[in-house]
Structure formats: structure tokens, C-alpha cells
Design a protein around this ligand. Structure first.
Ligand code: C5P
Length: 298
């Protein structure tokens, strides 16, 4: 997350995430699933501009970047929006009565498994803590983030790479010692996280993220990384476009092609930013899907 002042606004850049590894360890009594997942922040970002407003006013406006204008309608800007829920929760938790006008530029597609809504809400918590002069520490923001969703804590931690456990909210920052160039693409139509988790079935012994984490922590290690997502099979069953897109990315030369989160976006590793740009352009032209050349970055 990056924060800067622009006039009276505090501008926060909210990165998307990719799940380089995601194992589902089991279903829990509360309806959630226990996970072990390796998350990386990437250079595809939404932007939030936070401006002071009269007491009690919390308003959100949204602008869609070109690549997201053809997608299904985004979440509405009403009180159900996760960004406004984050603002309300922070105000309630601290007794703060100050208001805010939030302008959100959406570049990260939704229902994609890229964590865009979670990152926007985490950016709202982080930025409003600063704008309203509340002085909460990261440790104090974490429990608020966990109340809003399972992916927010990764973004609150402000780390490019982490292993996340529990339902995703227990974040352990990890070192990232290599440049990661990737191509990300989304087939037409998103997927509901709850529906994909419902469609998941246990499948043998849990896999380990150990080899992937060693590869990420050691820039000299040449063993090809093992990406994995236990939600890929249930997502493929629900959306044929995911498989076609994965095949398309692999055919263009992307390596370790995998679903991110509960989909429907997929990613592949590239040798260079140039290769990522070439593959993204081909996917846009030939598969008519939005595609982005990105790298790992906060
Ligand atoms: O936490 P979040 O609001 O992102 O989760 C959306 C839905 O995805 C949950 O209501 C739940 O059905 C499912 N989920 C799950 N296990 C997780 C995370 C999410 O079953 N670890």
C-alpha cells in the first residue's frame, strides 16, 4: 500500500494479490475453511482518494478504469460496500465522528480472486486511521480487518509476500528475494467465493508450500516453483472459461499457470516483463479477455 498527500486528499494505492499456493485443510464448524496460502501483492492497483468531510458524512464514488468497464457491474457504492463498511467500523471502534468523501478508481476486476475489494477496504482502514489522526497501530487494525473479511489482514500487514493461515486472517510475512514477472487474465464472468468453497471436496493429503517458499526466498535457486490451488478444480467445474484461459496462457509460454483465490482470474509466471507484456497482449487479442502484465510489489 502506498500513501501520499495530494492537496486536501490522502491518496492510497491498493494492490491486488495472487495466491501462488492455496491448500484447503478442511471445513470448519463456522462454515469457513482452514487454509494455508502463499499470497503476493502485485502492481495492479486501485486508487482511493480520501477527503475530509463534515461529521457523520461517509460517501463513496467509484470510477472504472477502461479494462474493467466491460465486466459485470461492480459492487454498489451504498452502505453494503466493503470500503464504507470499513469506514463505519473504524469510526464506531474509535468513537470518531469525522466524515470522509472517498473516490475509488477500480482497475482490479471483482469476483476474480485478486482481493480487490479486500485491498480497497484495508486501504480505507489504513488511510482513514491517518486522515482522522487516530494513531492506531498495525496490531490494532488487524482485528478490525478480520471482522470485514478473510483477505484484508494480508493487505494490512504491508508485506509483498506472506503465508496466511486460519481462514486467511493469520498472516506471517515472508522474504521475497527475486523479481516476479507475471501475466494475469480473467475470463468473461466472475465466480462467487462462497460458491467455489461450497463446491470444494477433500482430496488426499495436504500439499506443502515449502519448496515454493524456498524458491521465493532465494534468488539463486533455479528449481521451478510449485504453484498450486485446491480451489482450481471446483472453479473449473463451475466455469469452463477458466480452463480455456489457463490453456491459452500456457500455450503462450506462461509457466506454472494457476487459478488465483477462488477465481475466476488466472496467472502464469514469465521470464521477463517483456514476455509478460507480449502474452497479455496476445490474450487480449485472441481470447478477448482482460489481461495484465504485472510484477510482485507492494
Ligand atoms: O472472508 P470472506 O468474506 O472473503 O469470505 C467470503 C465467503 O467465502 C465466506 O462467507 C465463506 O463462505 C467463504 N470462505 C470460506 N473459507 C475461507 C474464506 C472464505 O469458506 N477461508
Amino acid at each position: 500500500m502506498r500513501i501520499c498527500r495530494r492537496g486536501d486528499a490522502l491518496v492510497v494505492e491498493a494492490p491486488a494479490k495472487l495466491n501462488l499456493f492455496l491448500e484447503v485443510l478442511g471445513r470448519r464448524a463456522d462454515g469457513f475453511h482452514d487454509l494455508e496460502t502463499v499470497m503476493v501483492a502485485i502492481s495492479l492497483r486501485d486508487t482511493l482518494a480520501l477527503r475530509p468531510a463534515p461529521a457523520g458524512v461517509r460517501r463513496l464514488t467509484q470510477r472504472l478504469a477502461l479494462a474493467t468497464q466491460t465486466l459485470s457491474p461492480p459492487p454498489p457504492c451504498d452502505e453494503t460496500n466493503l470500503v464504507l463498511r470499513a469506514a463505519r467500523l473504524l469510526a464506531q471502534a474509535t468513537g470518531c465522528e469525522q466524515g470522509v468523501e472517498i473516490e475509488l478508481i477500480k482497475r482490479i476486476p471483482w469476483q476474480a480472486g485478486l482481493g480487490g475489494g479486500s485491498s480497497d477496504a484495508a486501504a480505507a482502514l489504513w488511510g482513514l486511521n491517518r486522515l482522522w489522526g487516530l494513531g492506531l497501530t498495525t496490531a490494532q487494525l488487524h482485528p478490525l480487518a478480520a471482522q470485514l473479511g478473510s483477505d484484508l489482514n494480508f493487505f494490512i500487514e504491508q508485506t509483498p509476500l506472506a503465508v496466511c493461515r486460519g481462514r486467511g486472517e493469520a498472516v506471517e510475512a515472508r522474504p521475497l528475494q527475486r523479481r516476479l514477472d507475471l501475466v494475469v487474465a480473467q475470463p468473461a464472468g466472475g465466480l462467487s467465493t462462497a460458491a467455489v468453497f461450497r463446491n470444494w471436496k477433500p482430496d488426499g493429503d495436504p500439499r506443502s508450500a515449502g519448496e515454493l517458499l524456498r524458491w521465493l526466498a532465494d534468488g539463486r535457486c533455479s528449481v521451478p516453483p510449485l504453484t498450486y490451488n485446491a480451489l482450481q478444480r471446483p472453479a473449473l467445474e463451475m466455469h469452463a472459461g477458466v480452463e480455456r484461459l489457463c490453456d491459452g496462457l500456457a500455450a503462450q509460454g506462461a509457466a506454472a499457470v494457476t487459478l488465483t483465490g477462488s477465481g475466476s482470474a488466472c496467472f502464469g509466471l514469465c521470464r521477463s516483463s517483456r514476455q509478460a507484456q507480449v502474452i497479455a497482449r496476445k490474450i487480449r487479442l485472441e481470447s478477448h479477455c482482460p489481461a495484465w502484465a504485472v510484477h510482485a510489489a507492494l
